[in-house]
Ligand binder design. Structure first.
Ligand code: DP6
Length: 333
């Protein structure tokens, strides 16, 4: 039995942040995100059932040791849950639509694309029966085991990670179906402290329990604002969450700063522009220096001019909220 398939899967941007985890990729608080549209990973897989397992990993068509060893570790960790991984050849070739190290979380789009491949193989080889919902739920669970935030990339336009094991789609007000996310790439370098190290530092963090309590409150409020279409109230929470995330880094047992002077410059200008114009434009940050600027589509002309005029010396990625993954190609031989 053999075949091939190609999946496209998006990245996502958290409004309420996942920061701090327990064993088995169980988060310490619920989180909420918008699924992106243009920032995607495309992963092709050629596969064949064989007596023993062997994998080949390619990044943009070429072998990549660092990437390959993380994915191999992930596949090996799933052998008990997915027995077909003990007797299969897999050639995985993956590429991102966004520039390498552009500050977009590629682990979310990559691991969700791998999880979709694994779920499809489980359906074919293990003869598991899924409907559309249970298929995505299973893929979300498997994606979470690779990278926590990846479990939120399976559903759009908004996705909640509330029940610990997998993400669930959130019905959002129509204004959010066309919401824009423009990313000002302040620094493309590798982060001094990775997200995994950052999560670990929450274990002995003096503010951990207050943080988890606030995240739970922000999560509840955000779901309500998302459903009502209250961009301003959601934006206030989004900014508080971004600054709290970085505040947690700066106050962790081993303190560190990932923002750059230009990050603060962009943030201040976005806030001033909002006050001056009365437009609901808000920022958020991932675990890095780059700034995501979010706003309703109806203001895109004015806001994109503001962004280009003020931050045009940095690379800029124009993205928007999207629907989730797509199966692009599927063949059984
Ligand atoms: C700041 O999902 O990258 O982007 O589970 O260790 O792979 P691992 O962590 P990861 O953490 C993402 C942290 C964040 C916030 C978020 O996306 O919720």
């Amino acid at each position: 039995m053999k075949g091939k398939m190609t999946w496209e899967s998006p990245s996502n941007i958290a409004l309420v942040k996942y920061w701090g985890k327990k064993d088995n990729q169980i988060p310490c608080n619920p989180s909420l995100s918008f699924t992106l549209s243009n920032s995607i990973t495309t992963t092709s897989c050629d596969w064949e059932v064989r007596p023993h397992s062997s994998y080949e990993f390619l990044f943009e068509g070429h072998p990549n040791e660092k990437f390959g060893s993380r994915v191999e570790k992930y596949f090996n960790s799933l052998k008990e849950e997915l027995p077909f991984l003990n007797s299969i050849f897999l050639r995985i070739d993956t590429k991102n639509s966004f520039p390498h190290s552009a500050g977009i979380a590629s682990s979310a789009s990559s691991f969700s694309s791998f999880a979709l491949i694994l779920t499809k193989l489980e359906e074919i080889i293990e003869k598991k029966t899924f409907n559309e919902d249970s298929f995505l739920k299973r893929a979300s669970h498997l994606a979470r085991l690779g990278s926590g935030s990846a479990c939120r990339s399976l559903f759009g336009p908004a996705c909640a990670w509330e029940n610990e094991l997998f993400g669930t789609p959130i019905k959002a007000h129509p204004v959010f179906n066309t919401y824009k996310d423009t990313i000002v790439v302040i620094d493309q370098g590798v982060k001094a402290v990775s997200s995994s190290q950052g999560h670990a530092l929450m274990n002995n963090h003096p503010f951990a329990s207050n943080r988890y309590e606030m995240a739970r409150e922000n999560y509840k409020k955000s779901i309500n604002f998302l459903q009502k279409g209250d961009c301003a109230s959601l934006g206030e929470i989004m900014e508080q969450e971004a600054l709290m995330l970085h505040g947690l880094m700066m106050s962790s047992p081993t303190p560190y700063v990932l923002m750059k002077p230009s990050t603060l410059n962009v943030i201040t200008k976005v806030q001033n522009f909002r006050k001056e114009k009365g437009i609901p434009v808000y920022f958020t940050l991932d675990a890095g220096p780059n700034v995501h600027i979010l706003y309703p589509q109806e203001f895109e002309g004015e806001i994109e001019k503001f962004i280009k005029d003020n931050f045009g010396n940095f690379p800029i990625i124009f993205d928007k909220v999207g629907d989730g993954p797509n199966l692009k190609d599927f063949e059984l031989f």
